[in-house]
Design a protein around this ligand. Sequence first.
Ligand code: ADP
Ligand code: MG
Length: 353
Amino acid sequence: FDMFVLAFLERFFRTTYRKDDFILGKKLGEGAFGVVYRVSLAKKPSSKKEGDLVLKKATEYGAVEIWMNERVRRACANCCAYFLYGFLESSSKKGPEYWLIWRYEGESTLSDLILSKEFPYNVETMILGEVQDLPKGIERENRIIQTIMRQLLFALDGLHSTGIVHRDIKPQNIIFSEGSRTFKIIDLGAAADLRVGINYIPKEFLLDPRYAAPEQYIMSTQTPSAPSAPVAAALSPVLWQLNLPDRFDIYSTGLIFLQMAFPGFRTDNGLIQFNRQLKRCDYDLNAWRKTVEPRAGIELRRGFELLDLDGGIGWELLTSMVRYKARQRVSAKAALAHPYFDREALLALSFMQ
Ligand code: ADP
Ligand code: MG
């Protein structure tokens, strides 16, 4: 089947919804560009006490977000929260709104989970289903963090292979899907699809400064305006190669890795403090380490110890993600092939020798 025929059939046969079909539940979030609620379908109100869907009432950026979600659903459905439907709701008093509907994936974002005192053990049973046969300690914590990183990079690789850069990767935008026991990406509100030129000009004000890579502008200043769609479609693979816009998300994902290894950087203030320190070291993680390690407290030392396991392979991966120059950062696909993720294979090898 041709992709376009499929897309057409899907649109044609998919259930469509209207405003009155939903019963609003708890508010899950409120940002500058929309409000998010847990909702249920009016047709089956008693099916569940709380809704099994999520609704975002979005402003003008909702149109782009619907477009991104539909593309993701066709190209890499399990990278992101499952998107059902989006439509323009024009009868609202506040003016036109875009309504977007997803499956309710679960109650925890990675932000909730890393802020818990139990992290990473609170995630262990969620992703592995059972407790590992290892004593508590950095080895076991590292395995859990490794699994989370693998899932994040897998989802990110799916998005990037589709030509989408997320631009707002942070723990608040990673949801734990209870159904599939995996982390998925949410909130494509700031995403850009470079292959067809949708949301081509980066809107700086959409970027979260705590997780943003130093380049800020994802496309270089040599490509300041959006070409028309067909021109962009032809050019963008080239632009992608030149500018490596995906590496913006890699930097943010590296910061999440850092937060998982170092409890002190998990809060907003902790992360802001780290960013300040790193900037002072010209974004050189090894230089940063040299300045902080000699006077490091027990928590910081424990983080380095975790990353130094297996010959420092975790530290190696971290430093290949958090780099000043986008082109020196690994891609999501290359990161997935990094030896950090072969720990079991390495262990088996050392056992045989
Ligand atoms: P915002 O633009 O407000 O950041 P998000 O899309 O990030 O909107 O959603 C806000 C919050 O709603 C998320 O941080 C998460 O807690 C919750 N949420 C969003 N989508 C889902 C989903 N599919 N399943 C469960 N919770 C979700
Ligand atoms: Mg969000």
